[in-house]
Ligand binder design. Structure first.
Ligand code: MUC
Ligand code: MG
Length: 367
């Protein structure tokens, strides 16, 4: 099970429907496919999505840090050496999605080596996860139409609404239009990606009090330390930390400081090893968790699915798994499927996915 090679392969697949949100936008999935190959010919895979506005990484920086620092540091290790590998990678600060992809590719390789699905190695709690869909910026009618389309086509009944534009009126109108369209039973929650000042966020939460929101996320910057605490203190629903809590230590700090009382877990930034830490930390502190979406392709979504289904605390809420549907194509031989608003875990060994080599050859940008 010794690692003989670690490859970082950049690729680019356009989005059919770009996603716009307060901190940025995505037109092309310019991700990096990470492959960890063992001496027995097993190849574990995962993908790293560059999010410069969230973590400071770019596609080129992910490839560079893996090629120049991470691959040389871990060649020769066993795929069972996940903790020593994590400690070695931690000597380089930052680079969360590059580290996470290596960690998850090692778990995939381990699952393939022992013929077990990763979701079982992680805990194996559930067989199916309800799916929540993230609705990017548009006008109220278009966002409401999109929610209805997702419900009609896939049975999805949980929606995360991107907000954070100023003045707040447009986003208020969007939320009302979506609630009217999907009815009272659908789950609706907000994600501001730090776009509003705390005072405007508080006003929006008050104006939307009758809408039955299940939670709100990153409505204002966590760096506005007192404003954020003031806002969280008056929120009638859980306030989720996402990009303000990308590591277990950040999660601890944000929860103990009252800057959030729920946590978004994204395998794209914490892999499986640190997602376990975050989930257990939050459970111990009594904070809710939700499986978030790093605007993942299908490889990344398979990782979120495997992890989300593995723990009781992540499996009991709709997980954000559907935004790969907006991509024009993807890398898997068998596309993921959403039926009746949910996704079933993949039963094959490892992540249970296979990379379509022809597609990878077509979309890779390093040749
Ligand atoms: C989300 O939940 O915030 C947008 C920016 C990012 O870092 O993740 C996405 C989705
Ligand atoms: Mg978010």
């Amino acid at each position: 099970m010794r690692i003989i090679d670690v490859r970082a392969i950049p690729f680019a697949i356009p989005y059919r429907k770009p996603l716009h949100f307060a901190s940025g936008h995505i037109e092309v999935a310019d991700n990096v496919l990470v492959e960890v190959e063992t001496e027995d010919g097993i190849v574990g895979v995962a993908e790293a999505p560059p999010r410069p506005y969230t973590y400071g990484e770019t596609q080129a920086s992910i490839v560079a840090v893996i090629d120049s620092l991470f691959a040389p540091a871990i060649r020769g290790a066993s795929i069972l050496d996940r903790e020593p590998v994590r400690a070695k990678l931690a000597r380089t600060v930052g680079n969360p999605t590059a580290k996470a992809a290596i960690d998850m590719a090692m778990w995939d390789a381990w699952g393939k080596a022992v013929g077990q699905p990763v979701h079982r190695l992680l805990g194996g709690y559930a067989q199916r996860l309800q799916v929540s869909h993230m609705l990017g910026f548009d006008d109220p009618a278009a966002m409401a139409d999109e929610a209805i389309r997702m419900r009609d086509e896939f049975g999805i009944d949980s929606f995360k609404v991107k907000v954070g534009r100023l003045p707040i009126d447009r986003d208020i109108a969007v939320c009302r239009a979506i609630r009217n369209a999907v009815g009272d039973d659908a789950e609706l929650y907000l994600d501001g990606n730090r776009g509003w000042p705390a005072s405007e966020a508080a006003r929006a939460v008050r104006e939307l009090a009758d809408l039955g929101l299940s939670r709100v996320e990153e409505l204002c910057p966590a760096d506005d330390v007192l404003g954020r605490r003031w806002l969280v203190g008056q929120c009638p629903v859980p306030f989720v930390a996402d990009e303000s809590a990308p590591t277990p230590a950040d999660v601890t700090r944000e929860l103990l400081a009252g800057a959030a009382n729920a946590i978004s877990i994204k395998t794209a930034r914490t892999g499986f090893s640190d997602s376990l830490r975050v989930a257990h930390l939050a459970e111990g502190l009594g904070a809710e968790v939700v499986i978030g979406n790093q605007i993942d392709g299908q490889v990344g979504t398979a990782c979120s699915l495997a992890f989300g289904a593995s723990q009781r605390t992540t499996a009991n809420k709709a997980a954000e798994l559907s935004n790969y549907l907006d991509m024009a194509d993807d890398l898997l031989t068998e596309p993921l499927r959403i039926t009746d608003g949910a996704m079933t875990v993949l039963h094959g060994p490892g992540l249970g996915i296979e990379i379509d080599r022809k597609k990878l050859d077509y979309y890779r940008t390093d040749r």
